[in-house]
Ligand binder design. Structure first.
Ligand code: SRM
Ligand code: SF4
Length: 565
């Protein structure tokens, strides 16, 4: 820690990371404090690196204030799960923890991770221990480090899929912080005798300037939205064999209303590497960002801004310099869709996998659908089934020999088969209210209703089967990747949304603002004539997003920098 740092210009979080003693902060004291349900302010930053966010119930905000009570604090816990792959036993463990320690639901996130919501401070440690007992952990699920590494939705689909999934797992392991803080604080492991002598070989004491996200994809399916990742690997196959990966860099969606300098950006393809080089490429890209990312302004700190500030050519040269060799020229590839492929599929090993739709990624029981119970029964009764979370907040019950048994259980509960419109199949909604502190409007709790209303319009035009990518978030941070949707909604205020059109069906184009601050009625009035026009005048096979650009409802957004809210 002998670095001389000029703190005067750096963001507050830089100081917190530096002073945290490799992510220990005062978390132990915070947990022990009986006076409040919250943890100390600085610890709310440190806890993120342990996969924990402090939140409060926003539905109760006003009433708690009126009663002069502190907010109803609780915590979100995010489980790191490279490629979203878990066993039935792990699913059962998470299912149980949701009931005993959280709000009774499991959230399957847009990055293939589990979230538990509503865990109160006194249950935090036991919950983390329970997760670890299931041989899962929450290290680096959040914070200024590499987050959950995403991968195509099923390693069992073929040998190639297994190899590419292994890359996601290897990158995740390689970029996991080395500090023992997590083990000491949550798992009661022996304290490191002199933590000052600890080293973070990749991250150093101040970790990264900002969050960092990596994903791997296998064309033609872009089910992880590769161009939204800080760093991506696109598997390139020749004659059925993996020859290497195209490397993408500089994606990211966080942006802010009224601040054009904070914008969503799609990644650039920067070259090609061999399978053996891929983990090294991941490390070196992370290091280039660590050394050059903006540590003064967190709204300019992601890799996308480093690249735009210093130039793509500079970035490529710097990556090559760090690698000590040059990335090769990128190879051709094509993506056809970014949504999931529902239904049963047979892997090359003759095992079966079922891709199920999970609305809003929320696994819960309601009066009309006992989804959580149904999935629990599958995990209990079908021993070989994997539970694989997809990048579209859905679930694959994977690689089982017991197809009929799975089908019987799901049918009994009405979970599968189901008839879904092409629109509903392609939905993503971020969590938003009531837990997300940044939400201006509903998303997960409202998109199903909005989709129902748009379905009625589609039905009038015989378009119910037409697949259209539709996504909603409660603010412009982009957690549901709304900037890639053919129809995107971003919450402006309670009950009001900006409407964005013109993303495409394979996740390779940003959409464009069509109209601002619309109520539900206004949204439907705007969409009705466009859908009617689409029904009548679309070209054969033309997607809704392509159509609205051809018919000039919106202009194509060619560069993130040109995006406007
Ligand atoms: Fe996100 C912050 C939820 C994927 C961009 N995101 C948050 C927080 C933690 C709010 C906060 O900071 O207080 C949200 C917690 C809500 C809650 O109650 O659960 C939250 N993000 C989510 C999840 C759960 C949405 C979902 O419904 O699935 C996703 C969890 C992924 C995971 O398992 O790791 C989630 N977030 C994303 C994505 C999509 C992705 O990664 O593929 C993005 C856009 C891509 C990107 O990172 O650029 C995303 N989240 C953000 C941002 C904006 C970052 C930026 O560069 O400005 C924030 C706010 C921030 O970091 O300051 C944010
Ligand atoms: Fe919260 Fe905004 Fe992310 Fe939705 S997009 S979860 S409202 S931060």
């Amino acid at each position: 820690m002998s670095e001389v740092i000029d703190w005067s210009t750096l963001s507050e979080v830089e100081k917190i990371k530096y002073n945290s003693n490799y992510l220990r902060g005062t978390l132990e004291e915070s947990l022990a404090d009986p006076v409040t349900g919250a943890i100390a302010d600085d610890d709310t930053q440190v806890s993120k690196f342990h996969g924990i966010y402090q939140q409060h119930d926003r539905d109760l905000e006003k009433e708690r204030k009126r009663q002069k009570l502190e907010p109803a604090y609780s915590f979100l816990i995010r489980v790191r799960l490279p490629g979203g792959v878990t066993t039935g036993k792990q699913w059962l463990q998470m299912d149980k923890l949701a009931d005993t320690h959280a709000n009774g639901t499991l959230k399957l996130t847009t990055r293939q991770a589990f979230q538990l919501h509503g865990v109160i401070k006194t249950k935090l440690k036991a919950t983390i221990q329970g997760i670890n007992e299931g041989l899962l952990d929450t290290i680096a699920a959040c914070g200024d480090v590499n987050r959950n590494v995403m991968s195509h939705a099923n390693p069992g689909e073929s040998d190639l899929h297994a190899t590419v999934y292994k890359l996601a797992d290897d990158i995740s392991a390689h970029l996991t912080p080395r500090t023992r803080a997590y083990h000491e604080i949550w798992l009661d492991q022996k304290k490191v005798a002199d933590s000052k002598k600890e080293v973070e070989p990749i991250y150093g004491v101040r970790y990264l300037p900002r969050k960092f996200k990596i994903g791997v994809a296998i064309p033609p399916y872009n089910d992880i939205d590769i161009f939204s990742q800080d760093l991506g690997f696109i598997a390139i196959e020749e004659k059925g064999k993996l020859v290497g990966y195209n490397v993408t860099a500089g994606g990211g969606f966080g942006s802010t209303f009224g601040m054009p300098e904070a914008y969503p950006r799609l990644a650039d393809v920067i070259g090609f590497c061999t399978p053996e080089q891929a983990v090294d490429v991941a490390e070196k890209v992370v290091l280039v960002q660590k050394d050059n990312g903006n540590r003064e302004n967190r709204k300019q700190a992601r890799l996308k801004y480093t690249i735009d500030r210093l130039g793509l050519d500079w970035f490529k040269a710097e990556v090559n310099k760090y690698l000590g060799y040059d990335l090769q020229p990128a190879k051709p590839f094509t993506f056809t869709r970014n949504g999931d492929r529902y239904g049963w599929k047979k892997g090359t090993d003759d095992k079966w996998s079922l891709n199920l739709f999970i609305e809003g990624g929320r696994v819960k029981d309601t009066d009309s659908l006992k989804l959580k119970t149904a999935l629990r029964e599958v995990a209990e009764k079908v021993e070989d089934a994997q539970f694989i979370l997809t990048g579209n907040q859905n679930l694959v019950i994977g690689n089982t020999t017991e197809k009929d048994k799975v089908s019987r259980i799901l049918k009994k509960y009405g979970v599968w088969p189901v008839q879904l419109s092409g629109l509903r199949q392609n939905t993503i909604a971020c969590v938003a209210l009531n837990t997300c502190g940044l939400a201006f409007a509903e998303a997960e709790r409202y998109l199903p209703t909005m989709v129902g209303k748009i379905e009625s319009i589609l039905e009038e035009h015989d378009l119910l089967k037409q697949e259209i990518v539709i996504r909603m978030t409660g603010c412009p941070n982009g957690c549901g990747r709304p900037y890639l949707a053919e129809i995107g909604f971003i919450g402006k205020s309670l009950g009001h949304y900006n409407l964005y059109l013109g993303g495409n069906f394979n996740g390779t184009r940003l959409n464009t603002l069509y109209k601002e601050t619309l109520s539900e009625e206004e949204i439907l009035n705007e969409l009705r004539p466009i859908i009617a026009d689409y029904a009548k005048n679309r070209n054969k096979g033309e997607g809704f997003g392509d159509f609205v650009i051809r018919k000039e409802y919106v202009k194509e957004t060619k560069e993130g920098r040109d995006f406007r809210h």
